[in-house]
Design a protein around this ligand. Structure first.
Ligand code: MD6
Ligand code: FE
Length: 220
């Protein structure tokens, strides 16, 4: 808005600049985009009281070092039978906790900024990394809708994010993800291999001795 004092630039209502790094075609890192990290963390602790963090078992029989839970209409889960989205939490036998509006709004605005308008995620996977935990290089391919991106929000302790190409053999690049950083991931990058390197020990004022990560998906 142009003010009469000619100070329209100072007081304009346009979205403030967000420090953006392009990782690849369709993949962007928006640094410190999640401003209300403290309230996101508080909401995660509330969700975890209903559907607790658990260490899932892979189809190959390995216990994952990352602890997971979900909110929304369906949640990502794994056991000896395979990976899938389930509408009921297998641990509690009840529906997953609903996705807070604040989560939804953050995911939608980040997706829009990355060029993916109309993203309406119904699932949010919540990961908890304690020191020593890691997530090996993988593709996110259990969702029905590859035309929509994935939005990932980092909270608490910093991590090294590995971002490779469309084939496993491509050597991944590394990006440091800090509290409030958001990665959006779609289009030609939707099936890129990625992972998280072993979490270093540390203490963060919002989360204590862990990193939390939200990934929003349109899965159903
Ligand atoms: C994590 N993230 O950052 C794990 N997947 O803790 C993911 O596996 C991921 O960050 C798809 C898109 C973005 C991601
Ligand atoms: Fe992933």
């Amino acid at each position: 808005m142009q003010s009469e004092t000619g100070m329209g630039d100072l007081f304009s209502e346009v979205t403030p600049e967000v420090e953006t790094e392009k990782l690849a075609d369709g993949a962007f890192l928006f640094r410190r985009f999640a401003e209300s990290a403290a309230s996101l963390v508080e909401l995660i602790w509330q969700i975890a009281q209903v559907s607790p963090f658990r260490h899932l078992v892979t189809p190959g029989g390995y216990r994952m070092s990352v602890a997971m839970t979900n909110c929304g209409l369906a949640g990502w889960t794994s056991d000896r039978q395979g990976y899938r989205y389930a509408k009921v939490d297998p641990e509690t036998g009840a529906a997953w906790p609903p996705m807070p509006l604040e989560f939804q709004r953050l995911a939608e605005t980040a997706a829009e900024r990355a060029g993916f308008p109309g993203f309406r995620p119904e699932c949010c996977l919540i990961n908890r990394y304690e020191p020593g935990a890691k997530l090996s290089l993988h593709q996110d391919r259990d969702e029905k809708h590859y035309e929509f991106p994935i939005v990932s929000v980092s909270l608490g302790l910093p991590a090294k994010f590995l971002f490779g190409g469309l084939v496993r053999s491509e050597r991944p690049r590394r990006f440091r993800l800090e509290n409030g950083d958001v990665v959006v991931w779609g289009g030609p990058s939707r099936l890129a291999f990625h992972g998280v390197d072993t979490l270093a020990d540390g203490e963060h004022p919002l989360t204590g001795r862990c990193r939390l990560n939200l990934t929003f998906r349109k899965a159903l």
